[in-house]
Write a protein that binds this ligand. Structure first.
Ligand SMILES: Nc1nc2c(ncn2[C@@H]2O[C@H](COP(=O)(O)OP(=O)(O)OP(=O)(O)O)[C@@H](O)[C@H]2O)c(=O)[nH]1
Length: 536
């Protein structure tokens, strides 16, 4: 469901855009222009979803320009036509280059028998551009430690990108607005498809505005600690595997549902639809959407009534609900607003507008959820959200009749790590285990920080013996990791307890079982895994 993209997918979208534009140029009618805008918007969404930031910015600018021509008479003027044609041609050229580079990278990884996830297409090298690179030696070392090849470069002597595209990390400390603008602009022009992140940035409105406008994907402010910069980059490096947006459609009309699904699916938004609002609670639990699109009028229940029922559940208090209403629904709209309703979309809706509303609302919701449900040190699920995510996964496995395992992991003798090397080094060890678990487990696995140096995992589709095999490899590799400490390094290990979900349906019972097995593993000398058996 959340597969990263293949170069062919992008190539196909490029082809569709090119065809849609040719179609409009050959027969410049409004309907063909709408087709072109929808194709362009879909391409932009794709670039956004896959974090292809330079191209994404170009496509966004083009999309804006095209949307402005929505209301004018068609055909558009010859000036506008040739201006758009030029922009499309240069975007097309860059898209072709990008696809070729991705294909090359993929082939090379295949022929090198690369052991990392074959579909992984995020950046693996980081170029630091700073006038004081020695200040950041530590940061580069840490990035390297997490498997990212990080090297310092001179602004004036940047190498050409050969195969894999680096992420450009640019130091904004001591930058004055004008020089900085030029530097960012030049960099963006020279590396149109690379991701650019600035750090050391003053909290200055103009400087931030200029940086974002000229091509930085985002800016880290000057007081951001190194470990946070590192974890931001680590997060970014795997961002191509972000979960797609999920929308639940509650709508009784089959035609309306089909149209909505079509519009959203074209933009990589995953949808699920139900015709009767009475089934919404079980769908919410199983599907875990980011947003609900709710029809106003349905048999036996209005959209507002259904929303009220949903809001009685703590876990769904913040999920955005967008109502699909008609112009005449004023009374219902006011009622919806009174219960803290979210947004209204008036039917018939423009597909580009629907997609933009859904996307921006989900983004805001995800950002809010991130801070509520994530652990700030590791970026993993926090205590509460780990349990919620595992419970949701258990429900899905139960419905599908597939196995699942829950695992509790605890770093061995962690108190000694803190006592010997200090708390910040201890934190770094926690982060490295978090990172390793995230890199090595599947996207569908739940990885959470349950407490201080304790992690709770949920592995759907995997029984206890299989979980043992998977985790044991990670255990061995974790023991081999070198944790930097001054000019030297040290090793540490973890123990784990595994509980098979077949023993009970209750999350607390499973956690207790995994905990009991963990206790056994500690008792058996640590650095090992034990499976819960009723004898424990
Ligand atoms: N650096 C750091 N330490 C933490 C954090 N949370 C908890 N700790 C420390 O983790 C240590 C846990 O120690 P214990 O539970 O006694 O166990 P242990 O030393 O890991 O030994 P065993 O689990 O028996 O192998 C305590 O010293 C806590 O202070 C954190 O976020 N960062």
């Amino acid at each position: 469901m959340d597969m990263p993209y293949l170069p062919t997918e992008l190539a196909e979208r490029r082809f569709l855009l090119d065809s849609a534009w040719r179609h409009y140029v050959a027969a410049p009618e409004f309907d063909h222009f709408v087709e072109f805008v929808v194709t362009l918007s879909s391409l932009t969404e794709f670039l956004v979803a896959k974090h292809i930031s330079g191209l994404m910015q170009l496509a966004e600018v083009l999309e804006q320009q095209a949307l402005e021509l929505y209301g004018v008479p068609h055909p558009i003027s010859t000036d506008e036509l040739s201006n758009l044609s030029d922009k499309i041609a240069s975007l097309d050229h860059l898209l072709i280059q990008h696809v070729e580079r991705q294909e090359f990278t993929q082939e090379r990884r295949k022929s090198n028998n690369d052991q990392t996830k074959s579909e992984w297409l995020g950046f693996r090298s980081v170029w630091l551009l700073s006038s004081t690179p020695s200040r950041w030696a530590d940061m580069l070392q840490q990035l390297g430690y997490f498997g990212l090849a990080a090297t310092a470069h001179d602004w004036a002597k940047l190498p050409a990108v050969t195969d894999e595209m680096p992420m450009l990390l640019i130091d904004a400390s001591a930058a004055d607005a004008n020089t900085w603008r030029m530097k960012v602009k030049q960099l963006r022009a020279g590396y149109p498809t690379c991701r650019i992140v600035a750090f050391g940035m003053k909290s200055d409105f103009e400087l931030l505005q200029v940086s974002l406008k000229e091509g930085c994907e985002f800016c880290l402010l000057e007081d951001t600690p190194v470990h946070q910069i590192v974890s931001q980059l680590l997060t970014l490096s795997e961002a191509v595997e972000d979960e797609p947006y999920k929308v639940l459609i509650v709508e009784d009309s089959k035609t309306a549902t089909k149209l909505t699904q079509q519009a959203l699916n074209e933009h990589q938004i995953v949808t699920r639809a139900i015709a009767a609002p009475q089934g919404v609670l079980s769908e919410l639990a199983a599907f875990q959407p980011d947003l609900i699109l709710m029809d106003m009028h349905m048999p036996g229940c209005t959209g507002v009534e259904a929303a009220r029922v949903i809001r009685q559940h703590q876990q769904y208090l913040s999920i955005p609900i967008v109502y699909l209403s008609s112009e005449t629904d004023v009374a219902l709209q006011i009622e919806a607003l009174r219960i803290g309703g979210d947004l209204f979309l008036t039917k018939p809706f423009n597909p580009v507008f629907l997609n933009a509303i859904v996307k921006s609302t989900v983004e805001r919701y995800r950002a809010l959820r991130w801070s509520m449900y994530r652990d700030s040190l590791t970026g993993l699920h926090n205590h509460t959200s780990t349990k919620v995510a595992i419970e949701a996964s258990m429900l899905q496995c139960k419905q599908a009749g597939s196995p699942m395992s829950v695992i509790m992991i605890d770093i061995d003798h962690f108190k000694q790590v803190n006592d010997r090397y200090g708390h910040p080094v201890g934190d770094q060890v926690i982060r490295s285990l978090a990172w390793l678990l995230r890199r090595r487990l599947r996207k569908t696995d739940v990885v959470g920080r349950y407490g201080g140096e304790e992690f709770l995992l949920g592995l759907p589709g995997v029984n206890a013996d299989q979980a043992h095999q998977i985790l044991d490899k990670i255990r061995v590799d974790f023991g081999r990791l070198q944790h930097p400490e001054g000019s030297s390094f040290f090793h540490t290990t973890f123990s784990g307890g595994i509980a098979d979900c077949k023993i009970t349906d209750h999350i607390d019972g499973l956690i207790n079982a995994a905990d009991a097995a963990l206790y056994q593993a500690k008792h058996a000398g640590r650095n090992c895994l034990k499976i819960f058996t009723s004898g424990i």
